[in-house]
Design a protein around this ligand. Structure first.
Ligand SMILES: *[C@@H]1O[C@H](CO)[C@@H](O)[C@H](O)[C@H]1NC(C)=O
Ligand SMILES: *[C@@H]1O[C@H](CO)[C@@H](O)[C@H](O)[C@H]1NC(C)=O
Ligand SMILES: *[C@@H]1O[C@H](CO)[C@@H](O)[C@H](O)[C@H]1NC(C)=O
Ligand SMILES: *[C@@H]1O[C@H](CO)[C@@H](O)[C@H](O)[C@H]1NC(C)=O
Length: 567
């Protein structure tokens, strides 16, 4: 989990410098956030104030969805976390519940870091999370609800046997690299299994633990999987998906030839959530990814700002739902002014693509209940060098879907085989760099005079073998006139044939976040931006084409989004 994202020393240094820069009184003022809040989200999850990071322990219990999250009750930068808790009937509107997992015993006296929920037989929820003990060592802590008749599970207690897993000299676990237990699964032998993220030297590890009673846990001789140079693996997640492209989700304990398994890790070094698809051999209790490694070259859930994600099985709709954290791109000084830091991305349904090479992600259907007042464009040629405003929507709080048909191929540029980094390519060929086929896409959160905009777009190239290469970019370089924001441009190659299949883009725009889904959910990029002019009703949305070829808009629908009830 990302509590480790800053060493304690860095946090103290940061705190000291912030205190010096702003004075203690401003920090105190930040406890009650100011009312002028152009960057607060309207339908992305965030608590009323303070720092949040990883989603924790999501589950469905007695018809109520539970979201816990890493929370610093004392400020807008990371600090010893407790768990925030909200409940929901639809994963869109949320009711805050009391904080939980507060320091209660030695095992979590220095903080309650990330963890997961497992529903035990008899519909009994249990949570395992990482506690920081008096020596600041990472141990695993078991918690149960006090009252299982309360569907909101407001109160939790820590089992007296805690910690239930801890580093010992024998098990060669580094006490500073032992965290984030997964949801457990149970095989036909009746034994529960779970993973804990770790490393040995620079080798990333998914440590495997087993238990019959959920209280006594024994470490397996071998990790479920490891990779030599990828560094600490945080927030592991391990779950089955249907092998045949079925969009339905699969419960965590399901095994068999009709499923493949996904292993995801959050790479502490690069802060990327990467995953592989592979096979789980239950005889050996080992996982083998189809592509044979698990490092920063692996697939990513999201090619923008996204970390410490976690899935759960939504038994009511038979869907697997993915939740993730998007941190701020603003300065700590700006975060103190607004009184909060960190949001969660829109819950995404995920499943395996028909070809079995990657996952597909799509915003949960309930989010569409917030849509209103649609505007449409149908079958319109988007001429080279042109731009069309999508007017009649609240462009700072919107959902837009657009699809393109590509016919005019004569100006397509050659792809250079040395372009191995899509992110680098997007930053070199940003939205203002003219191309052959592209850039075309959307200018979101744009000011009237285009002093500010966040551009989400495609470029198409032709490789030596006559195959098309599709680049998807989110260019933040012009997102704000505020020079202190992180405006890194993000990019990814999309595995799609743009001529045969066309190209589509969906963007969820919510004041300070632009969450973009390319090619019907094959690739996702989340960006955090802070326009100074393009705020609230002064924000605009445009379709643009700065290439030298025409493309056709087959359809565009954009909706104003209602505000969800969140905090
Ligand atoms: C951890 O807890 C102990 C005991 O409460 C305390 O003395 C120590 O300062 C804490 N360490 C950190 C790093 O917070
Ligand atoms: C444990 O991990 C920490 C943090 O990465 C590192 O500084 C330390 O050297 C490691 N200890 C051992 C015994 O490997
Ligand atoms: C990932 O591992 C593969 C296979 O060992 C290797 O070719 C590739 O360079 C690695 N990528 C990174 C970023 O380390
Ligand atoms: C959060 O954002 C900063 C700057 O924008 C980035 O450098 C950092 O790696 C991010 N942290 C995580 C955990 O994503």
């Amino acid at each position: 989990m990302a509590s480790c994202l800053k060493s304690q020393k860095q946090v103290i240094l940061l705190l000291v410098s912030v205190l010096l820069a702003y004075g203690v009184s401003e920090l105190q003022a930040a406890r009650s956030p100011p009312t002028n809040q152009p960057y607060r989200t309207a339908y992305h999850f965030q608590p009323r104030k303070n720092w949040i990071n990883d989603p924790n322990g999501p589950m469905l219990y007695k018809g109520v969805y539970h979201l816990f999250y890493q929370y610093n009750p004392n400020g807008v930068i990371w600090g010893p976390p407790v768990w925030g808790h909200s409940t929901s009937k639809d994963l869109v509107n949320w009711v805050p519940q009391p904080l939980t997992m507060e320091p209660e015993m030695a095992a979590n006296i220095n903080g309650s870091w990330s963890g997961s929920a497992t529903i035990l037989p008899g519909n009994k929820p249990a949570i395992l999370f990482t506690g920081l003990d008096p020596k600041y060592e990472q141990v695993q802590v078991l918690a149960y609800p006090k009252d299982t008749s309360d569907p909101n599970l407001k109160e939790w207690f820590l089992a007296p046997q805690n910690p239930v897993m801890f580093p010992t000299p024998q098990n060669q676990i580094n006490a500073t690299s032992f965290r984030d237990p997964t949801t457990a699964w149970r095989l036909p032998d009746g034994v529960w299994r779970l993973l804990i993220g770790s490393k040995r030297g620079q080798r990333g590890l998914s440590l495997l633990f087993r238990s019959r009673d959920f209280v006594h846990w024994v470490q397996a001789k071998h990790p479920l999987y490891s990779d030599k140079l990828s560094g600490m693996w945080e927030c592991p997640d391990f779950f089955p998906v249907y092998a045949n492209g079925d969009q339905m989700g699969v419960d965590t304990s399901i095994i068999g030839s009709h499923v493949k398994h996904v292993l995801k890790n959050s790479l502490d070094i690069t802060k990327h959530d990467i995953y592989t698809i592979g096979d789980y051999n239950i005889k050996k209790d080992a996982y083998t990814p189809d592509i044979g490694y698990m490092n920063d070259s692996s697939l990513r859930y999201d090619y923008g700002k996204y970390y410490a994600s976690k899935t759960f099985f939504n038994d009511a709709k038979k869907e697997r739902i993915l939740l993730g954290w998007a941190n701020e791109s603003s300065s700590v000084e700006d975060d103190i002014k607004k009184g909060w830091s960190g949001i969660h991305t829109i819950p995404r349904k995920i499943w395996l693509d028909k070809l079995g090479k990657q996952l597909i992600q799509w915003p949960i259907a309930n989010i569409e209940k917030l849509r209103q007042n649609p505007v449409n464009i149908f079958r319109k040629v988007l001429k080279k060098g042109s731009q069309i405003e999508v007017s009649g929507i609240t462009a700072a709080q919107a959902d837009a879907e657009i699809s393109f048909k590509i016919k005019d191929l004569k100006n397509v540029e050659k792809f250079d085989a040395s372009w191995t980094s899509p992110q680098l390519l997007c930053s070199k060929k940003g939205a203002s760099v003219k191309g052959g086929l592209g850039p075309f896409g959307l200018l979101t959160l744009a000011s009237k005079g285009l002093e500010e905009y966040t551009a989400v777009f495609f470029r198409i190239f032709k490789a030596y073998d006559n195959k098309f290469v599709v680049l998807m970019c989110s260019d933040q370089s012009r997102s704000s006139l505020n020079p202190t924001n992180d405006k890194t441009t993000y990019g990814t190659f999309v595995d799609v044939n743009p001529i045969r299949e066309g190209l589509s883009l969906r963007v969820l725009i919510d004041h300070s976040v632009v969450e973009s889904f390319g090619a019907k959910g094959k690739n996702v990029i989340t960006a955090r931006v802070y326009p100074t002019l393009a705020i609230n009703e002064k924000a605009h949305l445009y379709v643009f084409n700065r290439g030298t070829s025409n493309v056709e808009i087959t359809g565009l629908t954009a909706w104003s989004m209602k505000k969800a009830n969140i905090a």
